[in-house]
Ligand binder design. Structure first.
Ligand SMILES: [Zn+2]
Length: 162
C-alpha cells in the first residue's frame, strides 16, 4: 500500500488593480514628486498619512494638506527570517512602522543599510527614494528607509503612536 497524500502544492495567482480613492490619489501624486503629504483633521488636529479623506474619530473631511518631514522614527518592527517564494530581499530583513515627524499614524516600510540586529524602537530613519524617472504612484517609489545617524528618539515621544 502506498503512502497517503498529505499535502498538495497548487500554484495560485491573483492579479488585481486597486482604484485609489481621491485622498489616496492626492497622496500618490505627491509621492511621484518625492513628497510625503498627510492631511490634518480640522477637529482633533491629527495628521493622517497616507490620508483617508476623513478622520475616523471625528467623521469630518481632512482636506488640509501637511507636507511631512523626510525623517521619522521606528515605532515597532519585525525581523523577517523566513524564506518564501518570490522573496527578493536577503534574509534577515526588517519591516517597520515608521512615524514620520509631524504625522500621527505610522507608515509601514523596509529598513535597510543597517544590520537587522541593529534596528530598534526609536531609531531615526529617512527614506531612500527611487530616481525621479523611476517613481510611480506607489510607496514602492521609496526603496527603503535608512538610519539618519541622529540619536534615538525617546520612547515618550512616540509611545502614543504604537
Ligand atoms: Zn479628528
Amino acid at each position: 500500500m502506498s503512502e497517503p497524500i498529505k499535502t498538495l502544492v497548487t500554484p495560485v495567482r491573483l492579479d488585481y488593480t486597486i482604484t485609489a480613492s481621491s485622498a489616496q490619489a492626492r497622496f500618490l501624486r505627491h509621492v511621484v514628486e518625492g513628497r510625503l503629504v498627510g492631511e490634518r483633521c480640522p477637529d482633533c488636529r491629527k495628521v493622517y498619512v497616507p490620508p483617508r479623506g476623513a478622520c475616523p474619530t471625528c467623521a469630518v473631511p481632512t482636506r488640509d494638506e501637511v507636507v511631512l518631514s523626510q525623517r521619522g522614527t521606528v515605532t515597532t518592527f519585525c525581523v523577517v527570517n523566513i524564506p518564501y517564494e518570490g522573496r527578493v530581499l536577503e534574509l534577515p530583513y526588517v519591516a517597520a512602522s515608521i512615524l514620520l515627524d509631524g504625522a500621527d499614524i505610522a507608515i509601514f516600510h523596509l529598513i535597510q543599510e543597517i544590520p537587522a540586529s541593529g534596528v530598534r524602537m526609536g531609531l531615526r530613519v529617512e527614506p531612500v527614494w527611487a530616481p525621479p524617472e523611476a517613481r510611480r504612484p506607489t510607496l514602492e517609489s521609496i526603496l527603503h528607509f535608512r538610519p539618519t545617524g541622529e540619536p534615538d528618539a525617546a520612547f515618550e515621544s512616540f509611545q502614543e503612536h504604537l
